[in-house]
Design a protein around this ligand. Structure first.
Ligand code: G
Ligand code: G
Ligand code: MN
Ligand code: NA
Length: 250
């Protein structure tokens, strides 16, 4: 298709960019790391969301190429940051079905010179369910090398709690669907409170995603959530703007 060809060309011509969104400590707002988010502006079609082109690359069998290009760029950017902040990077569910994903990922880090301990890989429940044995092997190989694993979009998939029992994660990212309603819907507040308490018991770190207001941040602080992400703290911006943002911080 035309979109597929445009995307393939964009990858070859280095036209798919990566932006960075801060993940902060909720107590004082200091930046702890950034999530890398793919960005593509096609000359004809304009902005194309990764929610469109990531699934397309998965379907057409070039998600590995796309993802490796993006991780390479993101890791290079992380090396320019003035402090040893972590880099969070999304792995696609298709990549979690391929055992070679672990060694490929580690090879990119070695090539760029980024310590595995600086990388946090975000995977979804759907991804680990697709091919449980392979996913388990990938996760354990990466964690042995020092890479951390986050369960992304937590709470929106199926049998979330069972996944926490079967797989070893380091961090849980509470889906923004819960956060956006947290100050208006008491049910959401109860669910988020329970997730935070459970993660404390399981010694899992917790990030609340999609925080857009100070009221949401305040409530999450009160619930004992230590980390947050969302437009309230910063939108995803390119590598240069990320450096400017960091230079304004302590
Ligand atoms: O950036 P935005 O918020 O529009 O992202 C839309 C979706 O695309 C999200 O689910 C996000 O996780 C996914 N996404 C963004 N960048 C990447 C990437 O580099 N790799 C993968 N696999 N998914 C990404
Ligand atoms: O699926 P994943 O959590 O990786 O996707 C992150 C997506 O959420 C990205 O598309 C990012 O642009 C978006 N995002 C990040 N912060 C906010 C926010 O505060 N509000 C909304 N509506 N979207 C956000
Ligand atoms: Mn994510
Ligand atoms: Na998410």
């Amino acid at each position: 298709t035309q979109l597929e060809q445009a995307l393939r060309n964009a990858i070859i011509n280095d036209a798919v960019d990566v932006h960075f969104q801060p993940i902060v400590a909720l107590d004082d707002g200091r930046t702890l790391g950034f999530e890398a988010l793919a960005r593509w502006i096609d000359p004809d079609m304009g902005f194309v969301s990764p929610a469109i082109f990531v699934p397309l690359a998965e379907e057409r069998g070039f998600i590995d190429t796309l993802s490796e290009t993006l991780l390479h760029k993101a890791a290079e950017a992380a090396l320019t940051w003035p402090r040893e902040l972590f880099l969070s990077f999304n792995l696609s569910s298709v990549q979690m079905t391929d055992a070679a994903t672990a060694s490929r990922t580690l090879a990119i880090l070695a090539n760029v010179g980024l310590e595995p301990s600086r990388l946090d890989l975000e995977i979804t429940e759907t991804a680990v369910m697709l091919s449980a044995v392979t996913a388990t092997n990938i996760i354990s190989e990466l964690r042995q090398a020092g890479v951390r694993i986050s369960l992304d979009d937590f709470g929106t998939g199926q049998s979330s709690l069972g996944r926490l029992r079967d797989f070893t994660f380091d961090k849980v990212k509470i889906d923004r669907a819960f956060i956006s309603a947290i100050t208006t819907d008491p049910t959401c507040e109860h669910i988020v409170r329970a997730i935070i308490t459970m993660c404390q018991g399981l010694q899992l770190e917790v990030v609340a995603e999609g925080i857009e207001t100070e009221a949401e941040a305040e409530l999450l602080r009160d619930l004992g959530c230590l980390m947050g992400q969302g437009y309230h703290f910063g939108k995803p911006v390119d590598a240069m703007a990320t450096l400017r943002y960091l230079s304004r911080q302590y």
